[in-house]
Design a protein around this ligand. Structure first.
Ligand code: ATP
Length: 259
C-alpha cells in the first residue's frame, strides 16, 4: 500500500481528505491536530508505521512498518448522531467486524474497544473527541488492525493474546482493500446510529455473551458476572451473583473471560 494505491481504492467513498504518512508518531495525534485546523467530515489519516501508537490510557499500540493498518477517521457529528456519541466505539467495532465478515472470518467484539478473531485481539479502537464550547466538534476514530504476522507485538508485552488477519486467513489481505471495506461499512452504520438495530447488531457480536466474565475497573474494583448485553448508550450490562444487572460504563475497564 502507498498513498496512490490508497487514494485510488478510496475514491468511491469520497473522503473529505486523505493524509498519508510513511511514518508518524500517532495517527490520532495527527487527526486531532487536523480536526482543530478544520478538517472536513470523513477525512482520513493513514500511516505505514506508528512510532508512538496509543491505546487507551496511554497504553502503547504496536504498528511496525508495512505490516498493519493504522488509521484515524475524523467525523463531524451530524444532528441525529449527537445524542448517541457514546455509541461511536460501537460504530468502529461494527465496521471492522463487517470487513472481517466479508473476508469469511468470524469476528467478535471484546467490549469496549477490541475486535477478536479466534479469541485473540486483531484490532483495537481509540475514540477521542475535540470539544468546542461544551459541544463535540469532531470525533477521532483511531483503528489499529493487524494485517501481517509481523504486526504482532512481542508476546511478553501483551495483556491479552493477539493475532493477525494473515494468521487467521492464511494470507495477508491488501491493506487498502481492508480499509475500503471498513470505511464502506462505517459510512452505512453511521446513518443507523440512532436506531435500536444499531445496539442490537453491536450486542449480537459481543464476545463472551452469556458467559461469566470479570471486569476490572481501575486498580481495585472488580465485578464478576454473566455478560448480559448492552444498554442503549453502549454501557455493558452484567448480571451479578445476586441476579442484579450492573451497568459498566466506558473508562478504565478491562474485560476478561472468567478463568
Ligand atoms: P485489554 O485488551 O488488555 O483489555 P485495552 O483494551 O485497554 O486492554 P488497548 O488500549 O485497546 O487495550 O490497547 C493497548 C494494549 O493492547 C497494550 O497494552 C498491548 O498489551 C496490546 N497491544 C498493543 N499493540 C497491539 C497489537 N498490534 N495487537 C494486539 N495487541 C496489541
Amino acid at each position: 500500500m502507498n498513498q496512490s494505491t490508497l487514494k485510488k481504492q478510496l475514491a468511491k467513498l469520497n473522503p473529505g481528505g486523505l493524509r498519508w504518512f510513511d511514518s508518524v508518531g500517532s495517527t490520532n495525534d495527527e487527526a486531532l491536530a487536523w480536526a482543530t485546523e478544520g478538517a472536513k467530515d470523513f477525512s482520513l489519516v493513514v500511516a505505514d508505521e506508528q512510532t508512538h501508537g496509543r491505546g487507551r490510557l496511554d497504553r502503547k499500540w504496536f504498528t511496525p512498518k508495512g505490516s498493519a493498518i493504522a488509521m484515524s477517521l475524523i467525523l463531524r457529528p451530524s444532528a441525529p448522531m449527537r445524542p448517541h456519541l457514546s455509541r461511536t466505539v460501537g460504530l468502529a467495532a461494527l465496521s471492522i467486524s463487517d470487513a472481517c465478515l466479508t473476508l469469511g472470518l468470524s469476528p467478535k467484539i471484546k467490549w469496549p474497544n477490541d475486535i477478536l478473531l479466534g479469541g485473540k485481539k486483531v484490532a483495537g479502537i481509540l475514540v477521542e473527541t475535540v470539544w468546542s464550547g461544551g459541544e463535540a466538534d469532531s470525533l477521532i476514530i483511531g483503528m489499529g488492525i493487524n494485517t501481517s504476522r509481523e504486526s504482532l507485538p512481542p508476546v511478553e508485552s501483551l495483556r491479552f493474546p493477539a493475532t493477525s488477519l494473515e494468521d487467521e486467513l492464511g494470507h495477508a489481505p491488501k491493506r487498502e482493500e481492508f480499509i475500503f471495506l471498513t470505511l464502506e461499512a462505517l459510512a452505512k452504520w453511521r446513518n443507523q446510529m440512532d436506531g435500536d438495530g444499531f445496539i442490537e447488531a453491536w450486542q449480537e457480536r459481543l464476545a463472551f455473551r452469556g458467559e461469566v466474565v470479570q471486569i476490572r475497573a481501575g486498580d481495585d474494583e472488580r465485578i464478576s458476572g454473566i455478560l448480559d448485553g448492552l444498554d442503549s448508550d453502549g454501557s455493558l450490562r452484567v448480571r451479578d451473583e445476586h441476579d442484579k444487572i450492573v451497568s459498566v460504563r466506558f473508562g478504565d475497564v478491562s474485560l476478561r473471560p472468567s478463568a
